[in-house]
Design a binder for this molecule. Structure first.
Ligand SMILES: Cc1cc2nc3c(=O)[nH]c(=O)nc-3n(C[C@H](O)[C@H](O)[C@H](O)COP(=O)(O)OP(=O)(O)OC[C@H]3O[C@@H](n4cnc5c(N)ncnc54)[C@H](O)[C@@H]3O)c2cc1C
Ligand SMILES: *[C@@H]1O[C@H](CO)[C@@H](O)[C@H](O)[C@H]1NC(C)=O
Ligand SMILES: *[C@@H]1O[C@H](CO)[C@@H](O)[C@H](O)[C@H]1NC(C)=O
Ligand SMILES: *[C@@H]1O[C@H](CO)[C@@H](O)[C@H](O)[C@H]1NC(C)=O
Ligand SMILES: *[C@@H]1O[C@H](CO)[C@@H](O)[C@H](O)[C@H]1NC(C)=O
Ligand SMILES: *[C@@H]1O[C@H](CO)[C@@H](O)[C@H](O)[C@H]1NC(C)=O
Ligand SMILES: *[C@@H]1O[C@H](CO)[C@@H](O)[C@H](O)[C@H]1NC(C)=O
Ligand SMILES: *[C@@H]1O[C@H](CO)[C@@H](O)[C@H](O)[C@H]1NC(C)=O
Length: 481
C-alpha cells in the first residue's frame, strides 16, 4: 500500500515542463505511458502482479529518501556518497545510471523541499527471473498498448534501457553461469552458459575456477548476455578471440509474441544472426546465451604498464610521445594485444621477455624524447589474476567512436593525435581508447556492424560530473563535450 501511495503522490505533482496529457486514441504505432488517459488502472496492475509471482514493483526513485515527505537524513547522506557509482543503481529496478538522463528529477543533491518526480524513470518494473514473467509482461504490454523496455545494468549511455513512463522488464537479477561440453556441427568443446543479468566480474571468477578464459567487459559491471554481447562486446582478449557476439553458439529468448525460442546458426538462424551484433532490446528478450570458452595456458597472461605524465616536459614533447604510441598500435594488436593508452597492455600467452620485446621500440622513443617513465611488466597465471591487478575498478565513460585501422596506418595519424590534443585542451576531458583488432572468424555469419572488423581503436571521451553544480553549468559542460 505504501508503495502505491507514494507512486500516486509522485504522479499528481505535475512535472515542470511536461504536463501535456495525450488524448485517446493514441496515434497508430504509439504506446501509452504513465499519465496517458488509457494507462492501465491500479486493478489492471494488481492483476498483472498475480501473473508474475508478485514481482511487480511500482517505481520509487532511490533518492526519494532525500525529499519530503519521505526525507531521511542518514539515508540521504548515504545516497549522496554512493550516487556516482553504477553499483548503486544496478540492483534497483528503475534507477538511471547516466546523470544527464537522471535530469535531477529525484536527485540526492537537490533541496529536500524540491519534489521527487518520476521524470524519465519507468513507472513499473517486473523482476524477471523466469521466461514466464517475461511472457506475462510482454502480453500485458501488448494488450494494454503500453511502452515496454528491457532493463539490465542500464549502462547504455544512449538511454535505450530507460523507458520514461514505461513498464520495465528487469533482467539484471539473474546471476547464473554454467560450463558444459557442447557439440554441434559448428563447434565441439566447452562453452559457458550465462543467464541474462550476469556481470563480467562473476564470469571471470567462475571461469578461473574451471581454468577457462571468457570474453566479457573491461568494465566489470556490464551485463554480458545483455547489451554487451548483443551489440558486439569487446574484451581485453578480443585481439586473440574476437568479439563476444562472434563466439555465441545459442540464444535462448522470449519473442514479442511470448513464444520461447532457442536461436542457433542452424535453428531460427535469422534471429541468431540479428541478435549476434544487432543490438539489445530490438528482437527479443534474451533469457540466456551459450558461448565458447578458451583454455588458460601454461604461459598465462602477459601484461605491461607504461606510466608517464606531462610533468616536466613540453606539451609538444608529450604529444610527440602520443604520436609515437599510435604508430605502435598495429604491431601490438597483431601480437594479440589489447590495451588502453597509459593503462596496462594485455598479451595472452606472451612471456615477460616477449612482452618486453614488443614494447621496446616504443620505450626507446620515450628515451629519445627524454621522457622518464615507469615500466612494469607482469605475468599472471590466469586472466582473472591479470584483470584483478589492473581493471578491478574502471572509470565511467561518455560517448564513443570506432577508429578504423586505415586511419592509424595512413599518413593521417598525426591528424588524429591533433584532434585528441584539441579535445583534451578544450575542457575537463580525457581521451580513453581501447586498442584491439577483431580477430576472426565468427562461429557463424552474424549481424555485427561491419565497422568492428576494420576497427583498431574504440575511443571514448570522459569528463567529470559535478553533482552539486547548477544544472545550467552541468549542461554547458556536456555541450562543450
Ligand atoms: C563504464 C562503461 C564501460 C564499458 N565497457 C565496455 C567494454 O569494455 N566493452 C564493451 O564492449 N562495452 C563496454 N561498455 C558498453 C556496454 O557494453 C553497453 O553499454 C551495453 O549496451 C550494456 O549492456 P547492459 O545490458 O549491461 O546495459 P543496459 O543499458 O541495461 O542494456 C543495453 C541495451 O540492451 C538491452 N538489453 C539488455 N538486456 C537485454 C536482454 N536480456 N534482452 C534483450 N535486450 C536486452 C536494453 O534494452 C538496452 O537496449 C561499457 C559501458 C560503460 C558505461
Ligand atoms: C529534464 O526535465 C525538464 C523538466 O523538468 C524537461 O523540460 C527536459 O526536457 C528534461 N531533459 C531531459 C534530458 O530529460
Ligand atoms: C505486488 O505484490 C507484492 C506482494 O504482495 C507487493 O509487495 C507489491 O507491492 C505488489 N506490486 C504492486 C505494483 O502493487
Ligand atoms: C528480484 O528477484 C531476485 C531473485 O530472483 C531477488 O534477489 C531480488 O531481491 C528481487 N528484487 C526486488 C527489487 O524485489
Ligand atoms: C558430437 O556429435 C557427433 C554426431 O552426433 C558425434 O559423432 C561425435 O562423436 C560427438 N562428439 C563429442 C565430442 O561428443
Ligand atoms: C608492478 O606489478 C606488480 C605485480 O606483478 C605489482 O605488485 C606492483 O604494484 C606493480 N608496480 C607498479 C609501479 O605498478
Ligand atoms: C597522404 O597519402 C595520400 C595517398 O595515400 C596522399 O594523397 C596525400 O597527399 C598524403 N598526405 C600527406 C600530408 O602526406
Ligand atoms: C561543484 O560545484 C559547486 C557549486 O558550484 C562548487 O562549489 C564546487 O567547488 C564544484 N566542485 C568541483 C570539484 O568542481
Amino acid at each position: 500500500m505504501y508503495i502505491h501511495a507514494l507512486l500516486l503522490f509522485i504522479a499528481v505533482i505535475p512535472p515542470a515542463a511536461s504536463v501535456s496529457i495525450s488524448q485517446d486514441p493514441v496515434p497508430k504505432g504509439c504506446r501509452y505511458v504513465l499519465r496517458d488517459q488509457s494507462w492501465p488502472s491500479l486493478s489492471d496492475w494488481a492483476h498483472l502482479n498475480t501473473s508474475v509471482d508478485w514481482q511487480l514493483i511500482a517505481t520509487v526513485p532511490l533518492a526519494s529518501v532525500s525529499h519530503d515527505p519521505t526525507y531521511d537524513e542518514a539515508a540521504c547522506a548515504r545516497m549522496q556518497q554512493s550516487w556516482a557509482f553504477s553499483q548503486t543503481h544496478i540492483p534497483d529496478p528503475a534507477s538511471i545510471v547516466e546523470p544527464l538522463a537522471q535530469n535531477e528529477s529525484c536527485d540526492p543533491f537537490t533541496p529536500r523541499t524540491s519534489p521527487c518526480r518520476l521524470g524519465n524513470y519507468a513507472a513499473y518494473a517486473i523482476n524477471v527471473s523466469s521466461p514466464s514473467r517475461a511472457t506475462a509482461g510482454l502480453q500485458f504490454a501488448r494488450e494494454k498498448n503500453i511502452r515496454l523496455v528491457i532493463k539490465s545494468t542500464r549502462h547504455d549511455l544512449l538511454g535505450k534501457s530507460i523507458g520514461r513512463g514505461s513498464l520495465g522488464l528487469c533482467v539484471q537479477n539473474l546471476h547464473q553461469v554454467s560450463f558444459f561440453t557442447y557439440n554441434s556441427s559448428l563447434y565441439t568443446g566447452p562453452p559457458r552458459k550465462f543467464s541474462l543479468g550476469i556481470l563480467a566480474w562473476g564470469i571471470y571468477e567462475a571461469a578461473a575456477l574451471v581454468g577457462k578464459r571468457v570474453l566479457a567487459g573491461t568494465c566489470n559491471t556490464v551485463s554480458v548476455a545483455g547489451g554487451f554481447s548483443q551489440a558486439g562486446g569487446h574484451s581485453l582478449l578480443s585481439s586473440t578471440y574476437g568479439l563476444s557476439a562472434d563466439n555465441v553458439l545459442e540464444w535462448e529468448v522470449v519473442l514479442p509474441d511470448s513464444s520461447l525460442v532457442v536461436a542457433t546458426p542452424n535453428q531460427a538462424s535469422d534471429l541468431y544472426w540479428a541478435l549476434s551484433g544487432g543490438g539489445g532490446s530490438t528482437y527479443a528478450v534474451v533469457m540466456s546465451m551459450t558461448v565458447k570458452t578458451f583454455p588458460e595456458s601454461s604461459i598465462g597472461i602477459g601484461g605491461a604498464a607504461i606510466t608517464y605524465t606531462n610533468q616536466g616536459i613540453s606539451e609538444d614533447t608529450y604529444w610527440a610521445s602520443i604520436t609515437a604510441f599510435r604508430n605502435h598500435i598495429p604491431a601490438w594488436v597483431a601480437a594479440g594485444g589489447v590495451f588502453l593508452p597509459l593503462r596496462p597492455l594485455t598479451f595472452p600467452d606472451k612471456t615477460p621477455d616477449e612482452v618486453n620485446n614488443l614494447i621496446a621500440p616504443f620505450t626507446t622513443e620515450l628515451d629519445n624524447l627524454a621522457i622518464s617513465f615507469v615500466l612494469n611488466i607482469t605475468s599472471f597465471p590466469n586472466y582473472l589474476a591479470h584483470f584483478n591487478q589492473y581493471y578491478r575498478s574502471f572509470p565511467s565513460v561518455n560517448g564513443g567512436r570506432l577508429i578504423p585501422r586505415s586511419l592509424i596506418t595512413s599518413n593521417r595519424t598525426q591528424d588524429l593525435v591533433d584532434v585528441y590534443r584539441q579535445i583534451t585542451a578544450s575542457g575537463d576531458f580525457m581521451m580513453i581508447g581501447v586498442c584491439f583488432v577483431v580477430s576472426g572468424p565468427p562461429v557463424a555469419p552474424n549481424g555485427l556492424n561491419p565497422y568492428w572488423r576494420d576497427t583498431i581503436v574504440h575511443n571514448t571521451i570522459q569528463s567529470s560530473w559535478n553533482f552539486t553544480a547548477s544544472w545550467e553549468n552541468k549542461e554547458v559542460e556536456m555541450l562543450a563535450g
